[in-house]
Design a protein around this ligand. Structure first.
Ligand SMILES: *Cc1c(COP(=O)(O)O)cnc(C)c1O
Length: 237
């Protein structure tokens, strides 16, 4: 390994250990039996650095743009990576994305779910998806309005080869810690309310929420998956 790679690898290892420690501490404080899973968001770095992160011990990686996910999945295809698409997915990109991903976090319309289902059937696979909810009400954010989730579930539950396994959200970027907490709590309350009458074959166990700046709050409010980018790449340009 070149010297520079060795330095990056060692810094990644330290950053990952620090994030894992903080995730574990937040989970312990919240009384969770097991800490949430960490998806490492690699959108800031080239595939070579993402590769070093996998070597450092993180095997779940996320990208927000489909084309970037395709590119990195191809570059890292010799490694046992589970890829997560965490950003907006256009229907015309479903076909190429589906074979590459373990989970799509950003399903935000029935039309998109229909396309994912149709394509999953054509490819003889089952797609795992989370419904993205815009809990902040921020108009610039994607995601379903909270009150649009329940009406969508019965139709979504009918779609073949599609497993809805939970909800995903992003807190408003400008928010105070209090506001962030209210938004994450809002997603959990929505989940708890919907879980009571959930159609069979829909499960809302997974809660994907929390990024570098707010993952501890998210864990306290019930996150099962946190999506961490910048905290993993601190000190690496
Ligand atoms: C970029 C991104 C993240 C990670 O953000 P950081 O603040 O860098 O940890 C998480 N989720 C989504 C949807 C993102 O686009």
């Amino acid at each position: 390994m070149a010297t520079q790679d060795a330095q990056i690898a060692s810094r990644l290892g330290e950053n990952l250990a620090a994030v894992r420690d903080r995730v574990a501490a937040a989970a312990a404080l919240a009384g969770l039996r097991q800490p949430p899973r960490i998806v490492g968001v690699t959108k800031y770095v080239e595939p070579a650095v993402a590769r070093l992160l996998v070597h450092a011990g993180l095997q779940e990686l996320g990208e927000s743009r489909p084309q970037e996910l395709w590119r990195k999945a191809e570059a890292l295809r010799d490694l046992p990576v589970s890829w997560h698409l965490i950003g907006h997915l256009q229907r015309n990109k479903v076909r190429r994305t589906l074979p590459l991903v373990a989970c799509i976090h950003s399903a935000d319309s029935l039309r998109l779910l229909e396309e994912i289902s149709r394509e999953a059937a054509a490819q003889d696979r089952t797609a795992q998806v989370l419904l993205e909810v815009n809990v902040s009400g921020d108009a610039t954010k994607t995601g379903l309005p909270p009150d649009a989730v329940e009406p969508l579930l019965p139709a979504a539950a009918q779609l073949p080869r599609l497993s809805i396994i939970g909800l995903m959200t992003m807190a408003s970027l400008e928010g105070s810690p209090d506001r962030t907490r209210r938004e994450f709590a809002g997603l959990r309350e929505l989940r708890d309310r919907l879980a009571v009458n959930c159609p069979p074959n829909v499960s809302l166990n997974e809660m994907s929420m929390g990024m570098s700046g707010d993952y501890e709050i998210a864990i306290e409010e019930g996150a099962t998956i946190v999506r961490i980018g910048s905290a993993l790449f601190e000190g690496i340009s």
